[in-house]
Design a protein around this ligand. Structure first.
Ligand code: AMP
Ligand code: ZN
Length: 474
């Protein structure tokens, strides 16, 4: 955390405008993103909000103390059906998929949230929340179910910019006789025989989907949260229902900023089970580096649809190789430059100023509604500065060190630069190069050539320079 907080603007789905970000409590941010229903592995569409909101959190964490909650929906119709089909229990199925989710998140370099609350571990609070809504007249019991009385909350529709009247007019669905109105939504579902259930004032059952987020956000983050996020499909009805429940119960605004990511398409097609083109994140992460996946995900603005293709991944990988080459050359240059030769070379002050301007640009873009594609452009401008400084051969330790520092600063936010195991690999390469130099000195040319070939096979090119051997990745 630093005290120098930039002015951050966030596009708020509620107002359809970019707004200046001001958390409810100065210095602290509460953030809730609707998490997975844990009945299966996550697919690459789910990975988009996962990665994007991870970047939002990383960025905000530089300036604020962030409490980030991502819930696990560990009981619902899909889990019950899948457990039945696979001859397992709902808790077992959920446990396995939660472990898989955490593993897949890690392999995409997404750290666990501060909190991962689960429905089954917050049943008392969920039931108490529903009871409060019943008591206040916002909900009613009907045949062992409980429904939210939507018409009692006239602002229903405000997030998705629909008004209650239009919604009422638009409901063509046959009226469910258990409900007073077709717009009413379920808060508690009576258990069918043999289904997993919990006791409640309305009999055995389980919560509907929407209520869990209202209850858990309130319990862990308070009545009003700063940022609420999720995919844009959640705007209606899920988030609309969350607002109705929470604001009916507390009388306070539920979330100050609503953020929604657009969808990811695969080769210009919607990813769906019926089209048979669903790619799970695990499969993708086994074939590609997490940095390349993150790079591709972040190279489109989160509010624009993202087209995920093999060519896109290849381009992302090429971009990463350019960055990696530049960084390893930078490290090499840093090692050979005398630390005390500061700021003497011609053009040094100008170069430093350009580097600082790139840093300012990076932050200006990130704080403008998390413009990650433009932030990535700033990374490449830094690559150009790094390459120019190295090629000149006279750059000071101060300039080279500052560039290196900024690469790290940007990487801490985007998570696309440092390739796993790269440092170890660098050491290994340098050890081999040193061994080769020794072998040549000892006129053991066979061994020297062997090492050169070995490195070439790994895509490492050696170059003789007046400062010694330099290497780069092809
Ligand atoms: P679900 O498990 O379908 O509730 O999705 C979990 C999260 O992933 C939600 O925030 C969804 O909006 C989001 N999501 C699902 N499919 C996609 C997609 N194709 N592109 C982007 N986000 C998605
Ligand atoms: Zn939710």
């Amino acid at each position: 955390m630093t005290t120098n907080v930039p002015t951050i603007h966030i596009y708020n789905t509620m107002t359809r405008r970019k707004e200046k970000f001001e958390p409810l409590v100065p210095g602290r941010v509460t953030m809730y993103v609707c998490g997975p229903t844990v009945y299966d592995l996550i697919h690459i569409g789910n990975a988009r909000p996962l990665i994007f909101f991870d970047v939002v959190r990383r960025y905000l964490q530089r300036f604020y103390e962030v409490t980030y909650a991502v819930n696990f929906t560990d009981v619902d119709d899909k889990l019950i059906r899948r457990a039945e089909e696979t001859g397992t229990s709902v808790p077992e199925l959920a446990e396995r998929n939660i472990a898989d989710f955490i593993q897949d998140s890690q392999s995409l370099k997404v750290s666990p949230a501060t909190l991962h609350p689960r429905v089954t571990e917050n049943m008392d609070e969920i039931i108490a929340f529903i009871a409060e809504l019943v008591e206040r007249g916002f909900a009613y019991e009907s045949g062992g179910d409980v429904y939210f009385r939507t018409e009692k909350f006239p602002e229903y529709g405000k997030l998705s910019h629909q008004n209650l009247e239009e919604l009422q007019f638009g409901t063509r669905v046959a009226v469910d006789e258990r409900k007073e109105s077709p717009l009413d939504f379920v808060l508690w579902k009576a258990a069918k025989p043999g289904e997993i259930s919990w006791p409640s004032p309305w009999g055995e059952g389980r919560p509907g989907w929407h209520i869990e987020c209202s209850a858990m956000a309130r319990k862990y983050l308070g009545d009003t949260i700063d940022i609420h996020g999720g995919g844009m499909d959640l705007t209606f009805p899920h988030h609309e229902c969350e607002i109705a429940q929470s604001e009916a119960a507390t009388g306070k605004p539920f979330a100050r900023y609503w953020m929604h990511n657009a969808f990811l398409n695969l080769n210009d097609e919607k990813m769906s089970k019926s089209l048979g083109n669903v790619v799970n994140a695990r499969e993708l992460a086994s074939r590609h580096k997490p940095e390349a996946i993150r790079f591709l995900m972040l190279s489109t603005h989160y509010r624009n649809p993202l087209n995920f293709t093999d060519e896109g991944l290849e381009q992302a990988q090429n971009g990463l190789t350019r960055i990696a080459n530049s960084r390893s050359n930078l490290k090499h240059a840093l090692k050979s430059v005398p630390a005390d030769a500061d700021g003497e070379a011609a053009g040094e002050a100008e170069a430093l100023a350009r580097v600082e301007a790139i840093r300012d640009m990076f932050h200006a873009k990130m704080s403008d509604d998390f413009n990650t594609p433009d932030a990535i452009t700033a990374v490449f401008e830094l690559v150009s500065e790094a390459n120019a400084a190295i090629a000149g051969g006279t750059a000071s330790a101060k300039l080279l060190g500052r560039i290196d520092e900024l690469f790290q600063e940007m990487d801490a936010i985007l998570g696309i630069l440092t390739e796993e195991g790269e440092d170890l690999l660098d050491e290994e390469i340098e050890r081999l190069i040193a061994e080769r130099t020794e072998a040549r000195k000892a006129r053991n040319f066979a061994r020297a050539d062997e090492i050169r070939d070995l490195l070439a096979a790994q895509g490492i090119v050696l170059e003789d320079t007046p400062q010694g051997i330099r290497w780069k990745r092809k």
